[in-house]
Design a protein around this ligand. Structure first.
Ligand SMILES: [Zn+2]
Length: 443
């Protein structure tokens, strides 16, 4: 029997964690944080330590696995991680060690985790690096395979949990990008083969199940970025803020800037972490991106240099959600020795993630930039998640027996249930609404 238990990531986006029990052998997929709650928890604290684990659970920042651990400890055979976004991996240093089992992930995801663990002064965990396209036999009942997929961070995978009942395909998060600007397109051949072998159930990313049509390729954003940089007046200094984990986007911004005769500076701690992980895995050339400046004096020095050379620099930085303490927040609140003016442009290569905190922060950032008469371009971005038509394409290709929507909230999960209905899936028979804390079984 297969039992699937939802710990997090079903009631809302964030804190992803699922346990898949196959005849008594358990595989955990993902161990993430609720990013909004994490930001609140951090508050004025400048350091979170492993001693905060209980408080992190009690504040619902990370999944609550305490009862589960007491009961099932010895049966957990592996923890499998799909990609390096913090809503999928941030809880690993806090929760994983006690299970005494391998933590399986692609090399880039492991590099991100090693960095997180170093920051927490923890010894490296029992990581098992698994490239996409390869399998690892976890126990007599379970073999894990990672299959290459596109998302918005390098080395993303869907996890195929092979069992004698068929495959459980865990797909958080993905989009179908046939023209990725970094890495390979989805492994359609392998996914089709899995479909032929028989997919018992799919756990399906529903983030954009309410978006009609298709999610565009990252190559479209590359064109948009080139267009907007070209059209920004040549005497302006351009600040571009994007997701630090979006290495493809970062690479494109650097390449386009150089092509348009601008040098690049990179600021922000999270940029530093993800860029180092990418360089250390040979995902990008170490000579492509300049060293990330994180210390205040260093940043001030570089900003002055750029100010004295108008039109010559693109400054890649953190802070597109208006988050406190990120580069753009510090810039507009005068924490750096740089006075913004109409000679500056800010490009948001992002969209505001619609949480109340982000919306408020982003709106304050916008007002501050406007008060300096900065030229603003917003939403030069496409999503890393599949839209409705992509979800349909995926389901038609994979033909799973059952669908379990995830990565959403009721509205998003219902969106996927509706898509399933169009394809002949029936609620409570072949499509199932699973919420955090609930469990479902298949024979
Ligand atoms: Zn993700």
């Amino acid at each position: 029997m297969i039992k699937i238990r939802a710990f997090g990531g079903y009631n809302k986006i964030g804190k992803s964690m699922t346990a898949i029990d196959v005849d008594g052998d358990i595989v955990i997929t993902d161990m993430g944080a609720d990013i909004e709650k994490l930001v609140n928890f951090e508050g004025d604290k400048n350091y979170i330590s492993i001693n905060d684990t209980a408080a992190l659970i009690e504040n619902a920042v990370i999944p609550d696995d305490r009862d589960f651990f007491e009961k099932e400890e010895g049966r957990v055979k592996a923890i499998v991680l799909t990609h390096g976004h913090l809503d999928h991996v941030w809880a690993v240093p806090f929760l994983s060690q006690k299970y005494k089992c391998p933590i399986i992930a692609t090399p880039f995801t492991i590099k991100v985790l090693e960095h997180l663990m170093r920051n927490l002064k923890l010894r490296p965990a029992r990581f098992l690096s698994l490239n996409t396209g390869t399998k690892y036999r976890v126990s007599d009942n379970v073999t894990v395979e990672l299959v290459n997929i596109t998302h918005s961070i390098p080395n993303s995978a869907v996890a195929a949990i092979h069992t004698k009942y068929g495959v459980v395909l865990y797909t958080n998060d993905w989009k179908l990008d046939d023209n990725p600007t970094l890495g390979r397109k989805p492994d359609y051949e392998r996914l089709t083969q899995l479909s032929k072998d028989g997919i018992k159930t799919i756990i399906l990313d529903s983030t954009n199940s309410d978006q009609e049509g298709y999610t565009f390729s990252e190559s479209v954003v590359r064109t948009m970025l080139e267009d907007v940089i070209k059209r920004t007046l040549s005497n302006k200094t351009i600040f571009i803020s994007t997701f630090s984990s979006h290495i493809a986007r970062i690479k494109n911004i650097v390449e386009i800037s150089r092509k348009l005769n601008r040098n690049v500076m990179v600021f922000g701690r999270s940029m530093d972490m993800y860029i180092k992980a990418a360089v250390n895995n040979n995902i990008i050339d170490k000579n492509l991106i300049p060293e990330v400046a994180t210390r205040r004096e260093q940043v001030n020095g570089l900003l002055k240099y750029a100010k004295d050379r108008p039109g010559k620099y693109v400054i890649l930085c953190t802070g597109h959600q208006g988050e406190r303490g990120a580069f753009l927040d510090k810039l507009v609140t005068g924490q750096y020795a740089y006075k913004l003016s109409s000679e500056d442009a800010v490009i948001f290569s992002s969209r505001t993630i619609p949480t109340p905190l982000n919306i408020a922060n982003r709106s304050m950032l916008q007002s501050a930039l406007e008060s300096y008469n900065v030229n603003i371009a917003d939403n030069v971005h496409v999503s890393g998640h599949a839209s409705r038509n992509d979800i349909k394409t995926f389901l038609k290709m994979l033909k799973p027996e059952h669908i379990i929507p995830s990565h959403g909230g009721m509205e998003k999960l219902s969106g996927t249930i509706d898509i399933g209905k169009e394809l002949g899936y029936e609620l409570n028979k072949s499509s199932h609404m699973l919420l955090d804390g609930q469990e479902i079984s298949f024979n």
